[in-house]
Design a protein around this ligand. Structure first.
Ligand SMILES: O=c1ccn([C@H]2C[C@H](O)[C@@H](CO)O2)c(=O)[nH]1
Ligand SMILES: [Zn+2]
Length: 132
C-alpha cells in the first residue's frame, strides 16, 4: 500500500472498509499503517535527493515497525525506507512469514513502489503473501 500526503493526498482517515478488503486487512490496520508510514517519513535522512520516504510493516503478531530512507554521499550506499524498516524488524527478531503488509509513503502525488533492491530484500522475509 502506498500513501502520499502531498496534494491530492491520502490520509489515514480516507481509508474505507472496502479499500481495506482489497488488501485483506482491516480498515483500522490500513489506517494505522498509513499513519505510521507518513509519520516515519519525517525521520528521513535525505540531504542528496530531498525525497522523503517512510515505511511501516505490520506483523502477524500485530506489531508495527517503521523505517525511513537514510542516504549517503556515496549514493548506492544509502538505504531505502523499506529496507530500514525490514532491517529493524529482523533485528527485533521477526523472520520470514511474520509479515502481513508493508506500507510506503512519499511526498510525490503518485504512488511510489519499492525499487529492485528493496523487492529482493523484502522477498527474503515476505514470501509471496505479504501485501504492499
Ligand atoms: O520506494 C522507495 C523509493 C525511493 N526511496 C529513497 C531512496 C533515496 O533515498 C530516495 C530517492 O530515490 O528515496 C525509498 O526509500 N523507497
Ligand atoms: Zn528501495
Amino acid at each position: 500500500m502506498t500513501a502520499q500526503n502531498g496534494e491530492a493526498s491520502l490520509t489515514a482517515s480516507d481509508i474505507t472498509d472496502s479499500s481495506a478488503l482489497v488488501h485483506g486487512l482491516t480498515a483500522e490496520e490500513i489506517r494505522t499503517l498509513t499513519a505510521k508510514c507518513i509519520e516515519a517519513k519525517a525521520a528521513a535522512y535525505c540531504p542528496y535527493s530531498l525525497f522523503r520516504v517512510g515505511s511501516a510493516l505490520l506483523t502477524h503478531s500485530g506489531s508495527y515497525i517503521s523505517g525511513a530512507n537514510v542516504e549517503n554521499a556515496s549514493y548506492p550506499v544509502g538505504s531505502c525506507a523499506e529496507r530500514v524498516a525490514m532491517g529493524s524488524a529482523v533485528f527485533a527478531g521477526h523472520r520470514r512469514g511474520d509479515f502481513r503488509a508493508i506500507a510506503v509513503a512519499t511526498d510525490a502525488p503518485e504512488p511510489s513502489s519499492p525499487c529492485g533492491m528493496c523487492r529482493q530484500f523484502l522477498r527474503e522475509f515476505c514470501g509471496g503473501t505479504s501485501r504492499l
